[in-house]
Design a protein around this ligand. Structure first.
Ligand code: 1CP
Length: 393
């Protein structure tokens, strides 16, 4: 079955949204608001509802239950650490590969086949919603996302094109193809959180300290809020498309939130992250929130309304759990640097992470950030075997 919003057709959908917006009083220019974009529900044959993934180790742990084995997946498990990825990507630009449904699906499946991880993470990128909205953006090899024109003024934000539901069709198609192959293994969808996305938009390229967006939120808060809301709706629609098409959970990546203090995060960022998630809360799939350098922000990140908090490699999980008051399952946090250490060093570290994670009301093993491209994939497979060999009790 096709999700209701996808089946409705462009005109009918626009009219429906307009009417809903009138009812809820949420029209602000042409910006779709969460209240009106959240029209769909999961279909009865969605993997989370038809018996395929609800009892999987991953979803069980995300919901705070007792999984049959310790679930593990790796951020950036698809990609340059895998020779089979480099082969299928040959001659194809990064963002093009994300928009070819068969290819995006194949790349998503590669690490699941190779490592026996407990989830696929949808192969895409946080800037895909920008690209699909019509913003000039590319991923430059060795650099990362680069925009044709940075977004720095109120006029720049007002001129941003709106992402449409129809433009997301290649994403829905890739997700459908992927979940048809994954069977009982859940697919995790993802999006960039508004701050991380806006950081690229304001700077126009990757940056270390994110000075541009941090200046803007204080110097011109109205423009900042408009930009953050635009990014929230683009990311929220991207999440909704993935979840409705078959993803069983979704992770919001606020990779660069660690460059903010708690006061700025709470005032200028958390409301927009919450708005992004408003697009998908009603779908009932577990929501995970992850950032790096966010040890001081964990409680505020939970409080945007998520089920699971991802912890980076800097903070031991027992301490993260203490800060969160034992309220949510945790995900993490093997230090990616140790993937290149001798096996006995790595094994001892993985066992420590498992011991620290046992304090939390649920634990999904992951890295404390993405797989470094130079990682030997055989090491990842061995880490998965080790984790699965340790009883979940
Ligand atoms: O040619 C290539 O192989 C380019 C490398 C690459 C890949 C494999 C980029 C460029 N994006 C991706 C895929 C990707 N991006 C995935 C799916 C793969 C998987 O996880 O298995 C995901 C979840 C992302 C998300 C993403 N993109 C984040 C959040 C996660 C994180 O790592 O913090 C961020 C910050 C980006 C931006 C981005 N895209 C690509 C790069 C190199 C970067 C980071 C640039 C920087 O340092 O600012």
């Amino acid at each position: 079955m096709i999700p209701a919003t996808a089946a409705a057709g462009p005109q009918r959908e626009t009219v429906c949204r307009y009417l809903l917006a009138l009812i809820f009083g949420t029209i602000d220019g042409m910006t779709p608001s969460p209240a009106v974009s959240a029209a769909g529900v999961l279909a009865a044959d969605h993997p989370l509802l038809d018996g395929r993934t609800a009892d999987s180790p991953l979803i069980t742990a995300y919901r705070g239950g007792k999984p049959s084995r310790r679930p593990v997946w790796f951020m950036r498990q698809a990609g340059r650490s895998l020779p089979e990825y480099l082969k299928v990507r040959e001659g194809i630009a990064m963002l093009d590969s994300c928009l070819r449904p068969e290819l995006a699906s194949e790349i998503t499946l590669q690490p699941v086949r190779r490592h026996d991880v407990d989830a696929g993470i949808f192969f895409s990128d946080i800037v895909i919603p920008l690209k699909l909205a019509g913003v000039g953006v590319d991923i430059v090899p060795g650099v990362g996302p680069v925009l044709d024109k940075p977004v720095r003024t109120a006029a720049d934000v007002a001129a941003l094109p709106q992402l449409t539901w129809e433009a997301l069709e290649p994403i829905r198609e890739a997700v459908r193809l992927t979940v048809a192959e994954l069977g009982k293994t859940p697919l995790i969808g993802f999006a960039g959180a508004p701050f991380t996305l806006a950081a690229y938009m304001v700077e126009g390229k990757p940056s270390r300290d994110h000075l541009g967006p941090r200046t803007m939120m204080h110097a011109d808060p109205d423009t900042w809020n408009a930009l953050a809301n635009w990014a929230a709706d683009a990311s929220g629609m991207f999440l909704q498309a993935q979840l409705e098409a078959g993803a069983s959970a979704a992770q919001l990546f606020d990779s660069w939130a660690g460059s903010l203090g708690l006061a700025d995060y709470t005032r200028f960022v958390a409301p927009a992250s919450s708005r992004a998630l408003d697009h998908v809360r009603h779908l009932g799939a577990p929501l995970i929130h992850f950032g790096t350098g966010t040890s001081e922000l964990l409680v505020a990140m939970r409080d945007v309304g998520v089920d699971v908090v991802g912890v980076d490699y800097r903070l031991p999980l027992d301490e993260a759990n203490r800060r969160l008051g034992g309220t949510v399952p945790l995900q993490g946090n093997i230090d990616p640097a140790l993937l290149s250490a001798p096996w006995d060093v790595l094994e001892a570290h993985v066992r420590e992470v498992i011991a620290a994670g046992s304090a939390a009301p649920g634990h999904v093993l992951n890295l404390g950030h993405g797989v470094p491209p130079e990682t030997d994939p055989a090491v990842l497979t061995r880490v998965v075997e080790l984790i699965h060999s340790i009883s979940p009790e």
